[in-house]
Design a protein around this ligand. Structure first.
Ligand code: ZN
Length: 330
């Protein structure tokens, strides 16, 4: 990931993206206006979700052991194969295409695992799995930025394997080519990033799939040992409220929404096509986000507990969405 615009920390660098962010904010404002009625949550019944943070942490270690994983690299192919081997017993779709980037053409591979449910609709949970391209020749391994959320999805898959949901089907999306190809100082982030997820959003809009998607939940940088998830203001307001309700039910609310700000991330293409979307991200990774996009983004900065909290909150969010009938308007 990603360009961030935490309101109080807006820099000249980030302000290149004000226009794009403002467009997303307009959409969000419209959503807020339409859904100003107080949300009514279903009763808090049933056992809380399970999620093995230690197992997810092992997945992080497995992924970073491949080394830097920029698009087009042999290590990228290794992490593709690693993810696919994990879901080989599930229904898997592959969205493969060639992206035309400022550095030439690259193969892009979105991996989608589909888990069945009894309700009509789809909940999508997404994470990018590529690592930063401009840092490809350094020791940057993206333990938090790329690996932690990819591992979270692998552990969510464990929770869904062979257990048809009494609720919406869930599609896990490991999206590709999320990172910018050029440094942010050379090219606006939104003109040169999100290649995989943009392609998927356009494809699912064209074939009608997007109309069935009830919620798009994005996980990014959720492994930080000092976990403080933003209230991300491009996100759909009511869906953010569901995430906070889920965190509160599980007793994790102190890790959520103490700060707020807008982040340009993989959820923007889905917001653009009208899908309620929430970015679950901690963009305060080290003091003033000092570890982000540096070679210091390593496993020792992470905690299995943080991945577990994020994973359980996503699973609880899904459970609440299953029982919210009808869901708020988009
Ligand atoms: Zn990144």
């Amino acid at each position: 990931m990603c360009i961030w615009l935490i309101a109080t920390l807006c820099t000249f660098l980030a302000c290149d993206h004000d226009k794009n962010t403002a467009q997303a904010n307009d959409q969000n404002q419209a959503a807020k206006t339409e859904s100003h009625a107080p949300l009514s949550f279903p009763a808090d019944t049933g056992p809380p979700p399970t999620f093995d943070g230690d197992r997810a942490m092992q997945y992080v270690k497995d992924i970073v052991a491949f080394g830097p994983r920029p698009i087009g690299s042999p290590n990228h192919k290794k992490v593709e194969d690693y993810i696919i081997s994990h879901i080989k017993g599930d229904v898997v779709d592959h969205d493969v295409f060639t992206a035309d980037t400022p550095e030439g053409k690259f193969p892009v591979h979105n991996i989608i695992a589909k888990f069945p449910g009894t309700k009509d609709g789809i909940i999508v949970v997404a994470s990018h799995y590529d690592t930063n391209y401009p840092l490809r020749n350094t020791s940057f391994i993206g333990a938090n930025d790329g690996a932690s959320s990819s591992a979270l999805l692998l552990e969510i898959a464990n929770q869904l394997h062979g257990k048809p949901r009494d609720g919406y089907p869930v599609w896990l999306v490991w999206d590709d080519a999320e990172e910018a190809i050029k440094p942010d100082t050379e090219m606006p982030f939104l003109d040169d990033s999100l290649y995989g997820i943009r392609h998927l959003a356009e494809k699912w809009q064209a074939d009608g799939t997007s109309k069935k998607i009830k919620a798009f939940l994005l996980a990014d940088m959720i492994g930080d040992a000092d976990l403080d998830i933003e209230r991300e203001t491009n996100s759909t307001a009511w869906l953010e409220s569901v995430v906070f309700e889920a965190a509160t039910r599980l007793g994790f609310q102190s890790h959520f929404f103490a700060r707020e700000g807008a982040v340009s991330d993989d959820h923007l293409p889905f917001l653009k096509i009208g899908v309620p979307s929430a970015d679950i991200i901690d963009i305060d990774y080290g003091y003033n986000n000092v570890f982000h996009h540096t070679t210091q983004d390593t496993v020792d900065k992470l905690s299995p507990k943080s991945i577990e909290i994020s994973g359980k909150v996503i699973l609880e969010t899904m459970r609440i969405l299953d029982k919210m009938d009808p869901l708020p308007p988009k």
